[in-house]
Write a protein that binds this ligand. Structure first.
Ligand code: DX5
Ligand code: ZN
Length: 230
């Protein structure tokens, strides 16, 4: 098994927004690695989520890196605001960009802002659609659910895409290439995601729910990663 650092990135989508700062601090204390913020515009996906105000509240509550997952039709309209607030990585959707030329425009805009460019692919998009972009980006986010809602079940068959991207990145001599799995990650499947080749695991409802404290949830996921990749 490779010695890649495996990171856990909680999504605040299912957090209690009435005590958001407290929830973010609890996740940080539980030992997560970065925060994953899901921005939804009501067009690219039906729900609306939040924008810069909530991001600023999260940044104020934690010193962890923050990445932005833009489930929006026009990601370029939001890049500046999130970059100004210190976003490390900004992830736009291939399905919003629609073609490789437009992806390349978005990638150069993000580079100019000092953000790491990342591309997300929804379940219906094959790896072949974005494989050409790998030399130009830092990360691919593989959606293992239909984007738009937390709390869905991970579609295991989509993990094949993670393996295909990892092989393509290795072939390019990029062992540091980041592959993120987003959607339905829980302690019972996180090991499988890592074995498939993922190194960042987004976990929303696994970390923020009413049954279990973030500390316990994160410890369970770490143990499952260890057990799987030992
Ligand atoms: C959904 C978001 C995910 C989501 C993950 O479209 O991109 O980040 O919040 O939540 P869970 O882990 O509950 O699937
Ligand atoms: Zn997400």
């Amino acid at each position: 098994m490779s010695d890649r650092q495996i990171r856990i990135a909680p999504s605040i989508l299912t957090a209690d927004f009435g005590r958001l700062a407290e929830q973010v601090r609890a996740a940080e204390a539980a030992g997560v690695d970065l925060m994953h913020l899901d921005v939804m515009d009501g067009h690219f996906v039906p729900p609306l989520s939040f924008g810069t105000e909530v991001m600023a509240a999260v940044k104020a509550a934690t010193s962890l890196p923050v990445e932005m997952h833009l489930m929006v039709e026009r990601p370029e309209e939001h890049f500046d605001g999130f970059a100004e607030l210190g976003a490390g990585t900004q992830i736009f959707h291939f399905e919003a960009a629609r073609d490789l030329d437009r992806c390349r425009d978005l990638i150069s805009q993000l580079r100019a802002l000092g953000c790491a460019p990342a591309v997300a692919i929804s379940p219906e998009t094959p790896v072949s659609a974005i494989v050409e972009l790998l030399p130009e980006i830092e990360q691919v986010t593989v959606m293992t659910i239909r984007p738009g809602w937390g709390g869905q079940s991970l579609k295991e068959e989509l993990l094949e895409k993670v393996t295909a991207i990892r092989q393509a990145a290795d072939a390019l001599g990029r062992p540091d290439f980041v592959i993120e799995v987003d959607g339905g990650v829980k302690s019972h499947n996180i090991g499988q995601c890592v074995v498939a080749g993922a190194d960042v695991l987004v976990a929303g409802s696994a970390v923020f729910n009413e049954q279990q404290a973030p500390s316990e949830a994160v410890a369970e996921m770490r143990a499952a990663i260890e057990a799987r990749s030992a």
